[in-house]
Write a protein that binds this ligand. Structure first.
Ligand code: ATP
Ligand code: MN
Ligand code: MN
Length: 296
């Protein structure tokens, strides 16, 4: 039998309390959301958000003076980052430039301290860097596209994924569109997953050229939806479920049940300010991990 560890008579040294500098700093001035409010939001959302942001590389949109000030998209861990942010090394990435990871709620509070107003994870976890554990189909409506058409596009993607044996889940982005997420059992590598999503996007364009485009060319987007499959390549990111957005109103990307899609819930419907009521209803993505299937 294992030797019993002696129990220390001293209590474990307490971690220094997580203190925010400048808790009253305004991050979303138009919505009256401060740095402290963001910390409170992250603390409340942690149990739901954790599975999507732990053990995977994160890119951050940092806005040191809030949404009205300068912003930068950060992919690598920096000197002086909070002690609960951990360096991650992509085995196929550049050595010596660690990516950003976190394991616990304190890591999220370090992100608040770093003015990370948006969190954008990779589509693969550190257990299998080369084998994504989700597909993200990003629907980007061009000017003049009605919301109902974005919803129809999401439903079409859901049906196409289903025909390939994949379950899918939908979220608002907090911006202008929707993301359809299909959980994968890791196995297929990035090239296979990207090719699969590209052929789905191209099939949608060839079936409905008046509705969809699959390339970024701006001029073609008027009245159409860009089916952006390029979230599905190594190193690409998509905004995390429950991440706030650095946009007016403090909107958040929100997981929905499919039957919630409709005119009443627009892409930026949910905000940091309204999260309490949302957390009171059942998690619409509760089954997402169990629903993962391999891409065949
Ligand atoms: P929307 O609904 O408004 O489209 P979105 O999150 O889907 O919201 P997109 O512009 O479609 O926004 O997606 C861009 C994606 O590219 C983001 O989700 C993010 O992960 C990534 N990204 C954003 N900014 C940068 C950047 N400066 N450099 C690299 N990648 C970025
Ligand atoms: Mn988008
Ligand atoms: Mn996009």
């Amino acid at each position: 039998s294992k030797p019993v560890k002696p129990v220390s008579p001293e209590p474990a040294p307490a971690r220094p309390a997580r203190t925010l500098t400048h808790p009253d700093r305004s991050y979303w001035p138009d919505a009256g959301v401060t740095k402290q409010d963001l910390a409170d939001y992250y603390a409340a959302i942690w149990p739901r958000m954790a599975p999507f942001i732990t053990d995977r590389a994160l890119a951050l949109l940092r806005c040191p003076n809030g949404i009205a000030g300068p912003r930068f998209f950060q992919k690598n861990l920096w000197k002086g980052a909070g002690g609960h942010l951990v360096p991650l090394q992509d085995p196929e990435g550049e050595a010596g430039t660690p990516l950003i990871g976190l394991h616990d709620r304190d890591g999220l509070i370090d992100l608040v301290q770093a003015a990370a107003l948006e969190i954008h994870p990779w589509g693969a976890s550190v257990q299998a860097w080369s084998q994504p554990d989700m597909i993200v189909m990003d629907l980007d409506p061009g000017d003049g596209v009605p919301w109902s058409m974005v919803i129809e596009a999401a439903r079409e993607i859901r049906a196409r994924l289903e025909r390939s044996g994949l379950a899918s889940f939908v979220k608002t982005t907090g911006g202008k569109g929707l993301h359809v997420v299909a959980p994968l059992k890791p196995g297929a590598d990035w090239a296979v997953v990207k090719a699969f999503t590209r052929s789905m996007a191209q099939a949608m364009v060839s079936d409905s050229p008046q509705r969809y485009v699959a390339t970024i060319t701006k001029s073609r987007r008027q009245g159409r939806i860009l089916v952006d499959y390029l979230r599905n390549q190594r190193g690409a990111t998509a905004v995390a479920p429950y991440s706030p957005r650095a946009r007016p109103g403090a909107p958040v990307a929100m997981p929905l049940a499919w039957n919630e899609l409709g005119p009443d819930i627009g892409p930026a419907h949910f905000t940091i300010g309204t999260i309490g009521a949302r957390l009171a209803v059942a998690d619409p993505w509760a089954e997402i991990r169990d629903a993962a299937r391999p891409l065949r």
